[in-house]
Design a protein around this ligand. Structure first.
Ligand code: ADP
Length: 256
């Protein structure tokens, strides 16, 4: 059995509530309720859920970018610390870059921020892999959304981490751009890396993932292999909707 590289154990999270939302007695809205999730070494894990289901919040907690109210995150079996967090490469859903930097300067900046020296060879490799080598001297302000997404992926890869957490890496990309991202993810897996990515694109999940996790209204409602997710081999999107609708009817039965 392969090692667990990342675990979320019983994670609960609330945010300050907004008028009109269901809140607890302290006026806080529950966003994650006892989330358990585990990422195995060498796998591609697809994390799926409707908008607002809690995917980004889970990712932020896994990376220590926001605190959970309860529960524990472990990276390679240890609580998150300044050393093991560097084993993870992260690309956010909406990458934000300083407009006054060129593409390659963004990479220099991000690798230095992690405390690593700039390595020209490694930089060339990730720029070529993401198809940005020819655009490396352009200002990021002139990059399209797709190019920015690819630059964020290049930044995540630059220090050659063991594990990748990619928040909607295909969002905003055209079909060719998405194919490019999928190929990069598969390449990373072939190089022995572990990849966790969130997506709305169910077809991508079935195509490249070993396992998937589905989150609905802050609760994990499925975690397992592709066969287990879709035993009848129907359209993956239909299977996802079936699972979500079953959850919705369970919650309306509880309320009625
Ligand atoms: P997803 O990534 O699945 O779309 P998110 O994790 O971004 O979902 O959001 C989950 C829920 O938490 C949503 O209801 C969202 O409005 C709420 N939320 C996220 N961030 C904040 C925040 N900083 N303050 C208050 N509510 C938030």
């Amino acid at each position: 059995m392969s090692a667990v590289v990342l675990e979320l154990n019983d994670i609960c999270k609330t945010y300050p509530g907004v008028v009109g939302e269901t809140e607890d007695s302290l006026g806080r809205k529950a966003v994650l309720a006892n989330v358990n999730l585990s990422l195995q070494e060498g796998e591609i894990y697809g994390f799926v859920g409707l908008n607002g289901a809690g995917k980004t919040t889970c990712i932020k907690i896994a990376l220590g970018l926001t605190n959970q109210d309860k529960g524990e995150v472990r990276i390679f079996g240890q609580p998150v610390n300044s050393t093991n967090i560097k084993k993870i490469g992260f690309s956010p859903e909406k990458p934000g870059f300083y407009d006054f930097l060129k593409g390659e300067e963004v990479l220099d900046f991000s690798v230095r921020l992690l405390g690593f020296p700039v390595n020209s060879e490694a930089k060339k490799k990730v720029l070529e892999k993401t198809g940005l080598w020819g655009d490396r001297r352009k200002m990021v302000s002139a990059y399209s959304k797709g190019m920015q997404q690819r630059l964020a992926l290049a930044a995540a890869m630059l220090h050659n981490p063991e594990v990748y957490i990619l928040d909607e890496p295909g969002s905003g990309l055209d079909p060719l751009g998405r194919r490019n991202i999928k190929e990069i993810i598969l390449d990373l897996k072939r190089a022995g890396k572990t990849i966790f990515f969130s997506t709305h694109i169910l077809a991508d999940i079935s195509e490249i993932c070993d396992r998937i996790g589905i989150i609905h209204e802050g609760r994990m409602v499925f975690e397992g292999g592709i066969q287990e997710f879709n035993p009848r081999g129907i359209e993956p999107e239909k299977r996802f909707v079936e699972i979500i609708e079953a959850e919705m009817s369970k919650s309306s039965a509880i309320l009625s």
